[in-house]
Design a protein around this ligand. Structure first.
Ligand code: NAD
Length: 266
């Protein structure tokens, strides 16, 4: 198998100082891509990712930017393009939760989650597309690839997390609308929808054996996901092997979206 299937390409991964984003950045680097490792606050995590990518033989830089702020996003893309010449792959991963019962959810909590999870993806996608169009075709099958990190909650409603579920539902139709609009320009746009993956965002759901057992009731495949499950999917979706996959959400969820409540006759 060609394990450097992204050689000669540059990827930018947002929120790549921990969890899924860090794993995607390292996996893309291991597949031969130069990687721009974006982080918001955790510089140490970002530099660990940079080091791991360099160890795998690829180039990487860490760039600090809050993806919900246009000026910071524009500066980050400028630095990425100055360093590596252009950009081929965007992994729109940065995301967070600010949970509250609906009547207690503040406007700040609503705006904060929508700002990072949805507006952040819009701003980064727009900057990436402008660069793809400026650069033109460069020997790969598409002009560029955008991978949006969605969630099973683009489909499954989530009480107590209305802001988060709304943001991921928004990502779903943003991704599909972008795919429709940008397909004719040979820009490929897809989402990955993780189920339950062990990361800091959901530590409470898996860190004790009791919590993990409760979580497994929601997963027909009876395994909590690892960040590598998502990293592998991102590499494939970014590669020419998936060139005809466009406007799709790839659920990587051990079957969480299969209505597991019906496992035992409902
Ligand atoms: P995480 O908390 O480890 O990672 C989120 C990353 O986003 C962090 O590195 C954080 O610093 C970064 N971030 C937050 N605000 C930012 C901002 N304004 N600008 C730039 N970066 C910012 O959690 P994770 O589980 O790795 O989450 C990554 C993505 O995967 C998120 O979009 C999340 O919604 C999605 N997701 C995760 C799971 C899961 O089970 N872990 C399931 C479904 C979807």
């Amino acid at each position: 198998m060609d394990n450097k299937k992204l050689a000669g390409q540059t990827a930018l991964v947002t929120g790549a100082s921990s969890g899924i984003g860090k794993a995607c950045a390292i996996a893309l680097g291991e597949a031969g891509a130069n990687v721009v490792v974006n982080y918001a606050g955790n510089g140490a995590g970002a530099y660990e990712a940079v080091e791991a990518i360099q160890k795998a033989g690829s180039k990487a830089i860490a760039v600090k930017a809050d993806v919900s702020q246009k000026d910071q996003v524009d500066a980050m893309f400028e630095e990425a393009i100055l360093t590596f010449g252009t950009l081929d792959i965007l992994v729109n991963n940065a995301g967070l939760q600010k949970d509250a019962p609906f009547t207690e959810m503040t406007l700040e909590q609503w705006n904060y989650v929508l700002g990072v999870n949805l507006t952040g993806q819009f701003l980064c996608a727009q900057a990436a597309v402008k660069e793809f169009l400026r650069r033109g075709m460069n020997g790969h099958r598409s002009l560029g690839k955008i991978i949006c990190m969605s969630s099973v909650h683009e489909l499954i409603p989530w009480a107590g997390h209305v802001n988060y579920a709304a943001s991921k539902g928004g990502v779903m139709l943003m991704m599909r609308s972008l795919a429709q609009e940008l397909g004719p320009m040979k820009i490929r746009v897809n989402s990955i929808a993780p189920g339950a993956i062990k990361t800091p965002i959901n530590r409470m759901a898996w860190e004790t054996p009791e919590a993990e057992q409760r979580l497994l009731r929601l997963i027909p495949y009876k395994r909590v996901g690892d960040v590598a499950d998502i990293g592998n999917a991102a590499v494939w979706l970014a590669s020419d092997e998936s060139d005809y996959i466009h406007g799709t959400t790839l659920f990587v969820d051990g079957g969480m979206t299969l209505y597991p409540g019906f496992e035992d006759n409902g």
